[in-house]
Design a protein around this ligand. Structure first.
Ligand SMILES: O=C(O)C(=O)Cc1ccccc1
Length: 287
């Protein structure tokens, strides 16, 4: 089976996908989140894995927006993995790394280390890469540039970079949710004994009827009186004009035949739009 992921080799997504599937599948890296998703639609890969949310920095908006607006894929599994960020340079620069002028990495990686960067490298500028692995690969090929990269340990090994500061993320509980995407909402990912199972989640996208006072309260009460536990609610712009939002809601339960369909029917009767993004098992990996 071919599995796509946000590459190149040695991204955090690569670590997550390798932990999930082991060596039983062929892993195919893609340069961007949208191209990783398009690969499933083009049937180049069977399933794809991309980052969705980080505990320190919040949602990966590109993944959410592409999932909501652009692609007919469903979330069929979730993997939560710890994230350890290290600062690394080309080995030619290891003895004078304090002279670096720029830090290059994925925007979430830079955001997870802002306090460290502000305190220890206040003079540097930032440049954003499509992934931490892409940034690491770039500096391995450009030794003359006064650039450091934030990436993981595997990237340092893969691209032969020198780690100058370990664990530079600002807060300890730095976890990221990675999601597996597939065109069939009923596709069941097999449990993997190496991972701890965290139960199921169901994700819905809800749009409110326009300009009606109390409509968000009504949405919440459709879940509340059924005792459906929401583990996340987040608003994103609908992209139809300023002030128009949709809500992404995670419910801590597998899609059933009564409660979640009942809540969806109630929301639709209230004039809300409801899009189903998937009902899927959640797994956790240790470092
Ligand atoms: O850039 C990567 O390595 C990714 O897989 C995305 C990402 C970036 C920062 C933290 C977690 C995942």
């Amino acid at each position: 089976m071919k599995v796509g992921y946000l590459g190149p080799r040695a991204t955090f997504t690569h670590l997550a996908v390798a932990k999930f599937f082991g060596s039983n599948v062929e892993l195919i890296p893609y340069a961007t989140i949208p191209s990783s998703m398009d690969a499933v639609e083009k049937e180049e890969v069977y399933v794809t894995v991309v980052p969705l949310e980080n505990a320190l920095e919040g949602s990966v908006n590109l993944t959410l927006d592409y999932l909501i607006h652009e692609t007919p894929l469903y979330i069929v599994g979730e993997l939560i993995a710890p994230i350890e960020q290290h600062l690394m340079v080309h080995p030619d620069r290891k003895d004078h790394w304090g002279e670096i002028e720029k830090v290059y990495s994925h925007p979430h990686a830079i955001a997870q280390c802002h306090k460290f960067l502000h305190q220890h490298l206040p003079h540097v500028t930032y440049e954003y890469a499509t992934s931490t692995g892409a940034a690491a690969k770039y500096i391995s090929e450009h030794p003359s540039e006064k650039v450091a990269v934030i990436a993981n340990e595997l990237a340092a090994k893969e691209y032969q970079l020198h780690i100058v500061k370990r664990n530079i993320h600002d807060y300890q509980h730095n976890h990221t949710r990675f999601v597996m995407l597939h065109p069939n909402k009923d596709y069941e990912v097999k449990n993997n004994e190496r991972l701890q199972s965290l139960g199921y989640k169901t994700t819905l996208v809800v749009t409110l009827p326009s300009n009606r006072a109390g409509s968000l309260h009504q949405v919440l009460s459709a879940f509340a009186w059924r005792k459906l536990n929401m583990s996340k609610i987040e608003s994103r712009p609908m992209k139809t004009g300023l002030g128009n939002y949709l809500f992404i809601i995670d419910i801590d339960m597998k899609m059933d035949e009564v409660l979640i369909p009942g809540a969806i029917a109630e929301l639709e009767a209230l004039g809300c739009g409801v899009k189903f993004l998937g009902s899927y098992p959640s797994f956790q990996t240790s470092s």
